[in-house]
Design a binder for this molecule. Structure first.
Ligand code: ZN
Length: 140
């Protein structure tokens, strides 16, 4: 697998409307996209920080992973996942880690925010942190 950089850091927030002003007004970042990913039951807001992005995630239904994360975290937001950009394709990377015994949440790549192929590895195999493999946007 050829990881080129951290594509984004996924941060769960109770409300995008409450969280976006912190990133824009305090940190001086600019939100460049807000997008709903229906099959994940989330709304996302993106900020560029150099080559890496911040992905704010708001759950749109109580059963979404983001709402469950916030509930477990005492009602507060926090870092929910780290996404690595893989230069040689998510399918190849998944096959490689699965062959090495990694548990997968996604057996095959699927469409994430920004139309990029993504897949999540299971936290049982990643020492607790939810890890996402993401198509390198340069490859598009
Ligand atoms: Zn993500």
């Amino acid at each position: 697998m050829d990881i080129s950089h951290i594509e984004h850091i996924g941060i769960a927030v109770p409300s995008l409307d409450e969280a976006i002003p912190f990133y824009e007004n305090m940190l001086g970042l600019k939100c460049f996209a807000i997008e709903e990913v229906e099959d994940q039951k989330v709304r996302t807001a993106f900020f560029r920080v150099g080559q890496t992005k911040i992905e704010l995630l708001e759950g749109t239904a109580p059963e979404s992973a983001i709402c469950k994360f916030i509930e477990k975290n005492g009602g507060r937001g926090g870092i929910q996942h780290v996404a690595f950009a893989v230069a040689d394709g998510v399918a190849n990377a998944l096959a490689e880690v699965e062959a090495k015994g990694c548990k997968l949440i996604d057996k095959a790549p699927r469409r994430g925010a920004e139309g990029l192929n993504i897949a999540f590895l299971h936290p049982k195999s990643t020492v607790g942190t939810l890890v996402e493999l993401c198509e390198d946007p340069k490859e598009k």
